[in-house]
Design a protein around this ligand. Structure first.
Ligand code: ASP
Length: 282
């Protein structure tokens, strides 16, 4: 089976001077995950690797470089989901974790729970041997000039036909302390089902939660192609829920769907033998 990996770098306004660097980073994240998929590694590992790369890049609003809340702090959310088992791991409102996506993975694999938040999630991280960093260490100087939302996400299909999704974000700038968006909520920020496909959302989380955007998009794959499902889910999101954002969709055959109603959403994926990166819909 052909493998596929799509990443997005967040729906929002244009990245301005950072555009080329954003596209290069999205392309590099796909390359990192694809290398593993081509070795026969799992979709779960591929999406985690791709999202970790973007979390480490201060260009994006995830991990290091996340936006600040109203109190001037970073509080991050992340989710990973396995389309084969429907297992889910997520964390919310964590401030002291360098790579929230890997903590989410640990929640999935080492607890009977799906979502851990704040200090409890950080205590679990420490128990698991994941180092806690100071909250200030997650603040990158460039947050001052960040204009776009820049959340990150990835969906992948591996050679065994398994689908997975990963999403990581600092949320929305100036949010109330304790605000949790769509990203760590299954069916909202991400959803994966081997029988249909996987999807990952970005944009204003409150609307995505109301629309259950990614569950909706994956459900539409029963009758729609990947692109048609992305378009139809986005249309409902915009019209019925007044939502602003976008999503990436991957069906179980590796077909790609990309849609957004914001001016900008960098995306990279494999087309033929090449990794393509673009902001417009394919
Ligand atoms: N969906 C994220 C949130 O609301 C933000 C984003 O995608 O830019 O937390």
């Amino acid at each position: 089976m052909n493998v596929q990996l799509i990443v997005h770098g967040g729906a929002g306004l244009a990245a301005g001077n950072h555009h080329s660097a954003v596209m290069a980073a999205c392309r590099a994240a796909v390359a990192a995950g694809l290398a593993r998929l081509r070795e026969g590694d799992s979709a779960l590992n591929a999406v985690e690797i791709a999202v970790r790369a973007l979390e480490d890049d201060p260009l994006f609003n995830a991990g290091y470089g996340s936006v600040l809340n109203r109190d001037g702090q970073v509080q991050m959310d992340a989710l990973i989901m396995d389309g084969r088992t429907f297992q889910i791991g997520a964390v919310a409102a964590v401030s002291r974790i360098k790579n929230p996506i890997s903590l989410a993975r640990r929640v999935m694999e080492a607890t009977p729970h799906h979502l851990l938040v704040a200090e409890g999630a950080e205590r679990f991280a420490a128990e698991q041997g994941i180092p806690l960093v100071s909250p200030e260490a997650m603040i990158a100087p460039r947050h001052v000039k960040q204009t776009s939302s820049d959340t990150v996400g990835a969906v992948a299909l591996d050679s065994a036909g398994n689908l997975a999704v990963a999403v990581s974000t600092g949320g929305v700038r100036g949010k109330l302390a304790g605000r949790v968006g769509d990203s760590p909520l299954p069916g909202a920020g991400g959803w994966a089902d081997n029988a249909l496909g996987a999807a990952c959302a970005t944009g204003l989380g409150e609307g995505i939660i109301r629309a259950l955007l990614t569950f909706r998009a994956v459900s539409l794959l029963e009758t729609h192609s990947a692109q048609a499902a992305a378009d139809a889910a986005l249309a409902i999101f915009g019209q019925k829920f007044n939502g602003e954002g976008g999503l990436i969709v991957l069906d179980r055959h590796g077909q790609v769907g990309i849609a957004h109603n914001t001016p900008y959403m960098p995306v990279a994926w494999l087309r033929g033998d090449d990794i393509v990166a673009q902001v417009q819909q394919p």
